[in-house]
Design a protein around this ligand. Structure first.
Ligand code: ARG
Length: 349
């Protein structure tokens, strides 16, 4: 751990071994191996969660007497400096350090010296990444819930204003019976309510702590898993250490809930596209959400609605993609699982 971060090799010389795990390796990975192996560009988005998880873990190591309090104090000081660097955008990310976990650890070593190596006592990147990713998905779910609630509020306001506005109700896209525009909009409020409850349900199930599972089989250090779970606002430690590092259900459930939600948005967007067409003329979109054509001046294209309608493709793609990555993996962690983040991040965005 005390070794400096890997420098890129001079031309012609063999590549240097990874400073974190390459102690027994004579040379480093081939360039193409390093390129497929690195995940920093993607998982740097877990930086804040990575530091939070480490703060909880370090505090527990101190409280349990596993690491001397003086080292824990300097680890915590260093991690707080890293938090500030991340917030200020001045954290020196180093692509050659493979992933965000090793970037944070290497930076800590630069800031506080040898004591940094003690942070990884009784921990592996396997329980670390599972913890970070759960914290990240949990935060997303909370933000999405606030967004969906705002959208419901906007729809309810509009429905109240349009409570007496008569419109045709459709089946088979054939005019069926008269309804009100308010009634129609409130149908979406119901759908979004079910979406919110699906996300909430996923949140509840994901909210257990993998920390302490270490690589897969736990650790012989006298750790306190309840303490780290509580510090990170998880309801409990996960019951089975193999499951703790092998499970990605929480991301898959998040993507399933997101896919259904995106399907609702897509139906709403489709209706907006229909309603503002010359054939329907039910609504007129404001200029702020419309684009024009340079050669057909009559056109007011509902691009915002069309793009919203299209997002389901990427979100559902993320869902089926991650399910496919996971379906053939033996227990416990396989590097395949590093492919869990890019599409989950994209779907959340
Ligand atoms: N970057 C890795 C990931 O996201 C971290 C875990 C690495 N674990 C390992 N055993 N190589 O999956």
């Amino acid at each position: 751990m005390a070794k400096p971060p890997t420098k890129s090799s001079a031309p012609g010389s063999p590549p240097t071994a990874n400073a974190m795990w390459g102690g027994r390796f004579a040379s480093g990975p081939a360039a193409v191996m390093a390129a497929i192996n690195t995940s920093l560009d993607v998982d740097k988005r877990l930086a804040a969660e990575d530091v939070e998880g480490s703060l909880a873990h370090a505090e527990m190591l101190g409280a349990q007497g596993i690491v001397p309090q003086a080292d824990v104090t300097s680890i915590i000081d260093g991690l707080k400096k890293i938090q500030n660097e991340l917030a200020a955008g001045s954290f020196p990310f180093r692509p050659e350090m493979e992933d965000i976990h090793m970037n944070v650890e290497a930076r800590l070593a630069e800031l506080i010296g040898d004591a940094a190596g003690r942070l990884h006592t009784a921990r592996s990147r396997n329980d670390q990444v599972a913890t970070d990713f759960r914290l990240w998905v949990r935060r997303q779910i909370d933000a999405i819930d606030r967004g969906l609630q705002e959208l419901q509020r906007a729809l309810i306001d509009k429905a109240e204003a349009e409570a007496a506005t008569i419109m045709p109700g459709f089946t088979h896209l054939q005019t069926a019976q008269p309804v009100t525009f308010g009634h129609h909009l409130l149908a979406y409020v119901e759908m979004l309510g079910r979406d919110r409850s699906r996300f909430k349900d996923a949140r509840q199930r994901l909210n257990e702590s993998p920390l302490g599972a270490a690589a897969l089989a736990g650790t012989s250090f006298p750790i306190d898993r309840h303490r780290t779970a509580m510090a990170l606002e998880f309801t409990a430690p996960m019951a089975n250490s193999l499951d703790a590092v092998a499970d990605r259900d929480f991301a898959i459930e998040f993507l399933a809930a997101a896919s259904i939600c995106a399907m609702h948005m897509s139906r709403f967007a489709e209706e907006i596209v229909l309603w503002c067409s010359a054939q329907f003329q039910f609504i007129r979109l404001s200029d702020a959400f419309t684009t024009g054509s340079s050669i057909m001046p009559q056109k007011r294209n509902p691009d915002a609605a069309e793009l919203s309608r299209a997002k389901i493709g990427r979100i559902l793609g993320a869902f089926t993609g991650l399910l496919t990555v996971m379906k053939g993996l033996p227990l416990t962690y396989s590097k395949d699982m590093q492919e869990d983040k890019a599409s989950t991040f994209d779907a959340a965005d």
